[in-house]
Design a protein around this ligand. Structure first.
Ligand code: SF4
Ligand code: SF4
Length: 441
């Protein structure tokens, strides 16, 4: 395992079963063909023992989120499963810090018997996905049906009030709101009203701060749903207007979701160094109800890479590090080498593209495992060809990462579906020129 970052684990306690039908989720869409199951007890227990084994070996898991591709509070043994995580935290003896364990919920069942008790009783973090207080928009985002918003929103608001009361007396150690799924216009439109609601309820409960996490990227769930735009939006306008400000006497503490998983710049660089495809959504463990390790966008579990029942945390990560794009990645609008956004995103995307290029060159040369087999279908090959549209800057970065001379570009026939990539010497122009494969002939 090359990664040196603290890891995160997203545990899909319930997979493919949900009481919502979010606009940006494939689970309840007619086209969904993935598993629909509650996590068996042996998988939860094994996951916890894997985390403990990893900690004993010095591998730190920073977060475990009971979240995933389904609503965790729907699990028939939700309370008892949270008790397992609570016992892990109480008995933690490793030298590395214990993980922060959370429940990420859509909030529909916060007031159902035992749900908040399970969170509070085990000292877990509670994260509520709460995109807006505009009823029609809430219905549209969470059910694809605006008319569903009025009733369900009131249910969620009541649960949030109770959660804030528990947070205020310290029964819940941390309460956080995910402004997700990020349908940006709806999120922006309702933001002031949403802040009014959260801060007024927080003030009533006696809280001095509300913690918010915004999601800057939308996802097509690796092709399961319609793409809603691949550019990254860090919401600079919302941060300027609200972050750190007091509304109703309550301070708003806003952050971007990336910062939770990569709080330090070196962790992003470690991702680029360690992963053949430095994909942020593949950089942590995402465990399905059945124990499969997937990337967080592979909701239908089309490309599992090991299983927690048979593989250690370290070996699951090794498989992720070796992963090269296959059919699932081909349909994904969150590939790091295709990310679009501001300067930081462009630099990251360029680094990711360079790293991927280097890994593919090594794989072709037989120096490295390729992870998922590279499919030969035409669609994937089209994407593969696209990836071979390199620019000189990217290739030079790749060369530096691999300590190899930057003197090659792939020829037109550089296909990833079978035949070896032929390499062509390139004159160093020093300028950033986009050279398509045709240009390299
Ligand atoms: S995003 Fe979460 S809450 Fe929404 S439908 Fe999917 S699993 Fe359910
Ligand atoms: S690029 Fe591939 S590994 Fe990354 S999120 Fe998309 S499907 Fe998953």
């Amino acid at each position: 395992m090359r990664s040196r970052r603290p890891l995160s684990v997203n545990n899909s306690l319930v997979h493919g079963i949900c009481n919502c039908n979010c606009l940006t989720c494939g689970v309840n869409k007619a086209s969904y063909r993935g598993p629909r199951e509650y996590q068996p007890r042996e998988v939860t227990e094994r996951l916890i023992s894997r985390v403990e084994e990893a900690a004993a070996a010095g591998i730190r898991v920073r977060y475990i989120a009971n979240s995933g591709d389904g609503e965790p509070t729907l699990h028939p043994e939700f309370r008892r499963r949270m008790d397992l995580f609570g016992a892990m935290l109480r008995n933690w003896s490793a030298s590395v810090p214990a993980p922060e364990v959370s429940v990420v919920t859509n909030g529909q069942r916060l007031l159902s018997p035992g749900v908040l008790d399970a969170v509070a009783g085990n000292r877990l973090t509670l994260i509520v996905s709460f995109p807006t207080t505009v009823a029609a928009d809430y219905g549209q985002l969470m059910f694809c049906r605006p008319e569903r918003g009025v009733v369900t929103l009131e249910t969620v608001k009541a649960g949030i009030r109770r959660a804030m009361e528990l947070r205020a007396v310290g029964s819940i150690p941390r309460l956080c709101f995910h402004l997700s799924p990020p349908e940006r216009e709806l999120l922006r439109r309702g933001f002031p009203a949403t802040m009014q609601f959260l801060t007024s309820e927080a003030a009533r409960a006696g809280l001095g701060e509300v913690e918010l996490v915004l999601f800057p990227a939308t996802s097509n769930r690796s092709g399961l749903i319609r793409s809603r735009g691949s550019s990254v939006d860090f919401y600079p306008d919302l941060f300027r207007a609200f972050n750190g400000r007091a509304v109703n006497g309550v301070r708003l503490n806003m952050s971007i979701s990336y910062r939770r998983f990569f709080p330090e710049v070196w962790e992003v660089l470690d991702l680029v160094r360690s992963f053949s495809l430095p994909c942020m959504w593949n950089a942590h463990l995402f465990i399905t109800a059945g124990g499969d390790s997937i990337c967080c966008n592979d909701q239908a579990v089309r490309a599992p890479r090991g299983n927690v029942l048979t593989d250690s945390i370290a070996s699951l990560m090794v498989r992720k590090e070796a992963h090269l794009p296959g059919a699932v990645c081909a349909a994904c609008d969150q590939r790091p080498d295709r990310m679009r956004g501001g300067l930081a995103v462009t630099v990251f995307s360029l680094l990711a593209r360079a790293r991927l290029t280097l890994a593919m060159m090594r794989a072709r040369a037989g120096e490295a495992p390729t992870g998922e087999p590279i499919p030969a279908d035409a669609k994937e090959n089209a994407h593969a060809q696209e990836n071979l549209v390199l620019d000189v800057t990217a290739l030079r970065i790749a060369a530096r990462l691999g300590n190899q001379p930057a003197a090659f570009l792939p020829r037109r026939n550089g296909s990833l579906s079978g035949e070896p990539v032929a390499l062509l010497p390139v004159g160093g122009t020093g300028r950033k020129s986009r050279l398509g494969v045709a240009d390299s002939e």
